[in-house]
Design a protein. Structure first.
Length: 289
């Protein structure tokens, strides 16, 4: 069955979110809608919808004009077995002691490495992106230095690969939260596939806003692999939910955005321990003073 996409961009986050909600009421109805900040430093937001039949061009034109967006670009996607395609393209990822792999590469897990099974169909947070890779490397360096953390949370967890990495190297229960209900379903499936049920608890939450999270605070390590804007917004809450000496591993930001994020966290009493740039992406390890 063919799939059609309709994509546009605009500069205002609130309008982008509103346009995404409006797209859900279109006829024919889309099978999925997404709103994302472009990770190129432009400040633009992309709004996209997927359809099983050609969308209404007139309705899309009117919507774009109403929300101040660029004209929608409508395309028909070729019929491709995307899961099989991704499996061919995605190779195992090595990040220090961690080895992230799909089930089709299970035989490649080296002896003595910390294996993290992430199915290729669940392509966000597989470790191939510089942000996830940077966070795993940061975790590996902490363990290499003999650092132990007993109260860890992965905010914006996606596949929960970071939470699972922490649960593999330290004995305490790790929390993993995400604003997206689908991401939580994916995370829970990954946790079960890795034999970590009960060791990683997945919660649908906006940032730290959940009773179970509040009950566990203050945390001594927080992962937040999200985007520049949400990271900056999260800074005051990060300070409220961590104790002095706690660590925060932040990513999802371009190298050109790192100083802005660091400034926001410095204002909340965090100091920079380490920074690693992988390509265009930065990972920060911050310590609460």
């Amino acid at each position: 069955m063919p799939t059609f996409t309709a994509l546009t961009t605009l500069a205002d986050e609130d309008k982008a979110q509103a346009l995404g909600e409006a797209l859900e009421d279109l006829e024919p109805a889309p099978i999925g809608v997404g709103v994302f900040e472009l990770e190129d430093g432009s400040g633009l937001w992309e709004v996209g919808a997927y359809f099983e039949e050609p969308p209404d061009d007139i309705a899309l034109t009117l919507m774009a004009a109403a929300y101040g967006a660029a004209e929608f670009a409508v395309s028909e996607l070729p019929e491709i077995d995307w899961v099989a395609h991704v499996r061919r393209e995605l190779k195992p990822v090595e990040a220090g002691r961690f080895f992230v792999y799909g089930s089709h590469d299970a035989a490649k897990l080296p002896e003595g490495r910390v294996g993290l099974l992430i199915e290729a169909a669940m392509a966000f947070g597989t470790g191939h992106h510089g942000t996830t890779l940077g966070c795993l490397r940061a975790l590996d360096r902490l363990v290499e230095r003999g650092v132990t953390r007993t109260n860890v949370i992965d905010v914006g967890c996606g596949t929960a690969v970071l939470a699972m990495g922490a649960a593999r190297v330290w004995p305490e229960v790790v929390l993993a939260s995400d604003i997206d209900a689908v991401a939580i379903e994916v995370a829970e499936a990954n946790v079960a596939a890795n034999g970590l049920s009960g060791r990683v608890i997945c919660l649908e939450a906006v940032g730290f806003d959940h009773p179970q999270i509040a009950a566990r605070a203050p945390f001594d390590l927080v992962f937040a692999n999200i985007l520049k804007g949400p990271l900056i917004q999260l800074a005051p809450d990060m300070a409220r939910h961590t104790a002095p000496g706690s660590l925060a591993i932040l990513s999802g930001l371009l190298t050109t955005q790192a100083e802005d994020v660091l400034a926001a966290y410095s204002a909340q009493g965090f100091i920079l321990d380490e920074r690693e740039d992988i390509g265009d992406w930065s990972t920060l390890i911050l310590r609460r003073a």
